[in-house]
Design a protein around this ligand. Structure first.
Ligand code: NAD
Length: 439
């Protein structure tokens, strides 16, 4: 099928390449001409494992092209996936719908042939119904241009696998025809038995934000328990393993530590709260404020723990930070808890030297006054304390005995609770986790 993907950021670029991989003719459209030029050349605009190879292979195959023209998309596409951003509004926390709205307002008047517009961006419930009416009003082809919502659940770091072998596909439609078209689009994925949840527009929109609210709640829950563990010298890692073995609970999203960040979870729970307020059901969703605050407090808590290791003050201290991406296997630093910790400590007077295998240049663009090192050991040279903030596998492979020889003081905060405490302690380190026994 002829597919266009509008908005080729972290979600759209991967979606476009994966649609080409399963056999469609794909045109990726983005408003950023520089990004488009790079993609058309087979150069990924961000780090995602396996994406460079997939992108260049699909571009070479001729099934994947990129451009900036919505007119070209409207003319050639049977399916138009909308993948532009829905960032947080600074004042209300609601989702800023201006990018999605402007794409629809520009695309719809150019729709002269029957097609299906498919929203993938994460949006407040009610958006799809509103946009479907808008397309019917603006499109020359009228109701032959339909709209469906197909929320995306991929995680950065595993985006290709999550797209080609998702846990499930969720599709909200208003007509049987739209549902049939999406079953055709995804046929090569469905053939391997991927669950396909077919529902109405409102439910599909809500599935996405509810899933993110559930993940955020689980993470903040275990972080709340980490604080109790800290108060009594219990170990939250063992505790999480034990409760995760309960099949009713499951082990995922129970890693206590510095908490969540990135371009999705925080903004999505704030947007859900804002929408609940508009719908008059905020009493039922108020707990999300506490989930959000608990998560933000993890950043302060990490700074506090680190400060105790440098005798109460960061002034004139050297602090090494390992990891600034919001999680491993991405270069995304949007709302990164690690970067937030690094910047707070810098503001308290420390010299902060940062390492990240992929996210350093994105971080440097936002915070040029942090120091950036090309190797973890360089970041740690002469450090009074080391902060392990993003759990890249390479940090877990560091030899603590060697690292002890480059720092000024062998003191480390493992804010992701993944380093083996005994190994680091026997190499002479004072190591503190979050919710792990201090002694
Ligand atoms: P992003 O900012 O990386 O990408 C958005 C892209 O849209 C950018 O390249 C931007 O230039 C482009 N764009 C903006 N206006 C445009 C226009 N008028 N025409 C064409 N292109 C335009 O954002 P993202 O992380 O890819 O997220 C996009 C949406 O997907 C959001 O709603 C997000 O919540 C949702 N989502 C993201 C992820 C993820 O892991 N990143 C996962 C699931 C859902």
């Amino acid at each position: 099928m002829r597919v266009s993907v509008i908005g080729t950021g972290y979600l759209g670029a991967v979606h476009a390449a994966c649609m080409a991989e399963i056999g469609h003719e794909v045109l990726g459209v983005d408003a950023d001409p520089e990004k488009v030029a790079g993609l058309a050349d087979g150069r990924a605009p961000f780090y995602e494992p396996g994406f460079d190879e997939l992108l260049s292979r699909m571009v070479r195959s001729g099934r994947l092209r990129f451009g900036t023209s919505l007119a070209e998309a409207a003319e050639s596409g049977d399916i138009h996936f909308i993948c532009v951003g829905t960032p947080q509004m600074p004042d209300t926390g609601a989702a800023d719908m201006s990018l999605v709205d402007s794409v629809i307002d520009e695309l719809a008047p150019q729709l002269r042939r029957g097609c299906l517009v498919v929203g993938k961006s994460t949006v407040p419930v009610g958006t799809a119904e509103r946009l479907r009416a808008r397309i019917a009003e603006l499109a020359p082809v009228g109701v032959a241009a339909d709209l469906a919502w197909n929320p995306e659940f991929l995680s950065e770091g595993t985006a290709i696998k999550d797209t080609l072998q998702p846990d499930r596909l969720v599709v909200g439609t208003a007509t049987a025809m739209a549902d049939a078209v999406l079953r055709m689009v995804y046929a090569p994925i469905l053939v391997s038995g991927t669950p396909y949840v077919s529902t109405d527009l409102h439910t599909a929109e809500l599935v996405k934000v509810s899933a993110n609210a559930m993940l955020a709640t689980k993470i903040s829950f275990i972080n709340a328990i980490a604080d109790i563990c800290d108060a009594v010298d219990a170990d939250v890692v063992t505790l999480a393993e034990a409760i995760g073995l309960d099949s009713r609970i499951g082990p995922s999203s129970l890693a206590a530590g510095l908490g969540f960040g990135g371009g999705c979870l925080s903004k999505d729970i704030r947007a859900l709260k804002a929408r609940a307020e508009e719908l008059g059901v905020i009493d039922s969703l108020n707990f999300l404020r506490e989930i959000d605050e608990l998560n933000i407090r993890r950043r302060r808590r990490t700074v506090d723990v680190a400060r105790t290791l440098v005798d109460g003050s960061f002034a004139d201290r050297n602090v090494a930070v390992l990891g600034v991406a919001f999680k491993p296997n991405t270069d995304d630093v949007r709302d990164s808890p690690a970067l937030s910790v690094a910047v707070r400590i810098r503001h308290e007077g420390a010299t902060v030297r940062v390492h990240d295998p992929e996210a350093a240049s994105n971080a440097r663009e936002l915070f040029p006054d942090l120091d950036y090192a090309t190797e973890p050991e360089k970041a740690c040279e002469g450090a009074d304390v080391v902060l392990h903030l993003t759990e890249w596998a390479q940090y877990q492979a560091i030899d603590p005995a060697y690292l002890a020889s480059v720092v000024r003081q062998p003191r480390i905060v493992d804010a992701r609770n993944v380093l083996p405490l005994d190994r680091w302690r026997s190499a002479g380190w004072t190591i503190r986790g979050l919710g792990r026994a201090a002694s």
